[in-house]
Design a protein around this ligand. Sequence first.
Ligand SMILES: Cc1ncc(COP(=O)(O)O)c(C=O)c1O
Length: 373
Amino acid sequence: MPRLETLAIHAGRGIDPASGAVAPSPVLSTTFARGADGAYPHGHIYARASHPGRDALERCLAALEQGAAACAFPSGSAASMAVFQALDPGDHVLAPDDMYHGTRTQLRELLQRWGLQHGSVDTTDLDAVRAALQPQTRLVWLETPSNPLLKVSDIAAIAELAHAAGALCAVDNTFATPVLQQPLDLGADLAMHSTTKYLGGHSDLLGGAVITRQEDAFFARVRAFQVQAGAVPAPFDCWLLQRSIATLPYRVRAQAANAQRLAEFLAAHECVAAVHYPGLPTHPGHALAARQMRGAGAMLSFRLREGRERALAVAARVQLFTRATSLGGVESLIEHRASVEGPYTTTPDDLLRVSVGLEHCDDLIEDLRQALV
Ligand SMILES: Cc1ncc(COP(=O)(O)O)c(C=O)c1O
């Protein structure tokens, strides 16, 4: 089996047999010609059902996560939504107490009305997870490391608990990426991504993905919500995403190395009350992250000793970091997270979340040093 760096470049890609082109081009056609016998000799009928660029991207995503198949979506939110919609009314979803607020909003505001029940639990506590499972639990949703507190949950142990309870286990692997963590290999059934983030990597496309360990009836329903409900990414976005994935391993590792240094700098700073970064030995999930990840990632968050006003002041003073939401791009971003998460936020309001980019780390540290005075 080729290694990840090789898969990121070659999986789903090849020389174009018609032209000999080495670099793939997006095929923008929405419809595909039938033969005189009525068959579809190239395997595509209509671009919502399938098109060459999405097929190539999905083969690449499946290979990166060591899955059997993948579905590409127009956003991470469309991807999580398809997984939830593949469940039945009356089913129960167990979700983490710290997770991307938009995913929680889907469960709370969109899916409850459709009869899907959900509960939340601290997924870093296995006893709490065991106790929170219900007879109707059909899906345990994990996000590890979590957004924005970087909590680390034990994928292998929770997948086992989920399976014993007759539930699937899905992992939002957006923060870690397949470079640093492979949930399917650890026993999860589904890996999900907002490909808007590291896989896209340049803050210029929206996308999502669900990758499955096996092509089963549940995944067929996820696929149906992609194709029949029309949650499909455009050919140009598929092409752009696959172009970015080629450099994913190198971007992620370099960004994670920057994040480690930045976290160490922040942890030693007198104005900082806490740093949430699994690469620090003081992080409660450090040992687990070292076991189930191949690096602690490039996201971190930190809290200021003097509270919300201080956090806002630091965010206001940075020069190199951009004050913006989202993450995973080559440019470093900083965000006062509680103020974008809406009325149900549980994020401390003295917390800043940082997406560490590919700039020189000394420049990033200097910028934070001058902002923290
Ligand atoms: C961990 C995580 N999952 C899912 C999403 C949703 O992805 P998208 O914005 O592509 O819909 C986000 C977005 O920030 C995220 O951070």
